[in-house]
Design a protein around this ligand. Sequence first.
Ligand code: GLU
Length: 264
Amino acid sequence: MKKLGIVFIILFICLVIFHLLVIQPKKYVEEDLYDKIIERGTIKVGINTDSKPFGFYDKDWNVQGYDADLARYIAQYILKSPNAVEFYPVTPANRILKVSTGELDMVIATMTITPQRKDIIKFSIPYDYAGQALLVRSNSKITSIADLAGLNVGVVFGTTAEKNMLTLAPTSTIIGFRNYHVAYEALKQGKIDALTSDDTILSTFAYDDKDVKLLPKRYSKEPYGIALKKSKSTKKLKENIDFAIKDMQRKNIITRIRRKWLKL
Ligand code: GLU
């Protein structure tokens, strides 16, 4: 009887070992995103759609702008067709979530590479640079950030400018907006005294509307990168995007895209 008990115990241990070593559940391996894109035949790109000249809808509801041109070039490089892009609108506040959950393959949206963001997502090498600036009404007495004490300053939620203002102008009242369009309207209507963000984005408002002006001082350096999910599955994709950016830089394609869209 005792012997039988021992046999059962040994048999049980053998079964456990067999289960752990042989029929162990397969580890979840994330599919390589580059391979998935090749198989799918399109790239899902998150882009700002209210941020002229980087990303906006034209009259036929096609997405246009600097970042859209960049996305089409990346599609040409990876999939051999500039039209192999599906654009999805993102905002500065939701784009990190959308790329880190895998809902989008990448985000191309005037996105600054920062150490804090690099803790959560991956970036390509920089494709351009901007600097934080102030947009004010043309008749404003404001000349720099030092004049903003006690005044209302508009930012777009989720931008680097929103975060930077806490240290750059701690005594001004920061008012957050959903997008640039509503923030610009608030500036025109006198609800805010200044709007702060990248010079590349704000310069278009000043160019198109003589009632507002872009002040000359810059308060940060903003390297723009293409955002990817922070995962092994995006290693090959990042390598290809970096190659594509270097190729565009070598052939002066980025300079041409910049000249086509920016008024700086
Ligand atoms: N470059 C800034 C950032 O990444 C502003 C970008 C934007 O408004 O989309 O926060």
